[in-house]
Design a protein. Structure first.
Length: 262
């Protein structure tokens, strides 16, 4: 008996729900395409994928909030009162989530300061690897053994950041210990010849080869050679064996294996 009175209300709710669902669906689709357009345009003006992603993400959050506001208003929710309540609640949450707020602010400072770019090789807080992403709360690094490490933005901002791949060229340096009876000048000339004949080392800047220490058990040479970022791995793996082979071919013995390069 009550159906004639209730059915119009059900129809109205169904129509309102359908309208809200349509708003949300079109809003999400629109945000997806708009986000891609904004990203492409920003990359043309400012080709820095790391920071463009942060900006696009912030714009997306604002658009999501706008769609949610429109959808809630369709249900007759008073957004003015809701925003006021959210403000009071936000203050309380802010005190309870100071660490998260600090990470967000630190992330913004990192974005503006440009200490590294996407895919740069860095050392942060003793962790070495390649920058994969910088988000609102943390920086993501992929280590050389393929582990994903997440470091909070606040910690990154307070740490010493070494950007290993920022410059085009990089110096490989190590110490080489010669046997006490070895001819030091001849050894230095042989190392210079190895550098000169190398296909992966740079001649400019010139290599640095100098006597670092002389004792009764060994003579220590400091060797610093320059290479490109691209050839760094080759230099690290190849240079010392080539030097060792060249020295031994000229009857110059090493006191011990070269110490680990720095």
């Amino acid at each position: 008996m009550q159906c004639p009175e209730l059915c119009p209300e059900y129809i109205e709710y169904a129509m309102r729900f359908g309208k809200v669902a349509l708003i949300v669906l079109l809003g999400l689709i629109g945000i997806y395409f708009l986000r891609n357009v904004i990203k492409r345009q920003l990359l043309k003006v400012y080709p820095d994928a790391l920071r463009v992603n942060v900006v696009v993400r912030l714009i997306s959050y604002l658009l999501y909030f706008l769609v949610a506001t429109i959808a809630l208003q369709e249900f007759g929710i008073n957004m003015t009162a809701l925003i006021g309540a959210a403000g009071v609640m936000g203050v309380a949450i802010g005190f309870a989530a100071q660490t998260s707020v600090a990470n967000i602010i630190s992330g913004l400072f990192l974005t503006m300061e440009h200490p590294f770019e996407l895919n740069d090789i860095v050392s942060i807080d003793g962790i070495d690897g390649k920058i994969k992403a910088i988000n609102l709360f943390a920086v993501t690094i992929c280590t050389f053994d393929n582990k994903i490490v997440r470091i909070a933005n606040e910690k990154v901002l307070k740490s010493n950041i070494i950007n290993i791949s920022k410059n085009k060229n990089r110096r490989f340096q190590t110490d080489i210990d010669l046997a006490p009876e070895a001819n030091i000048e001849q050894a230095m000339d042989i190392i210079k010849q190895v550098v000169k004949e190398s296909t992966y080392l740079l001649q400019d800047p010139a290599p640095s080869i100098a006597i670092k220490e002389i004792s009764g058990n060994y003579s220590r040479l400091f060797v610093g050679v320059w290479t490109t970022q691209k050839n760094w791995g080759t230099t690290r793996a190849t240079f010392l064996p080539e030097v060792k082979k060249a020295l031994e071919q000229n009857d110059i013995q090493l006191a011990k294996l070269p110490i680990v390069c720095k």
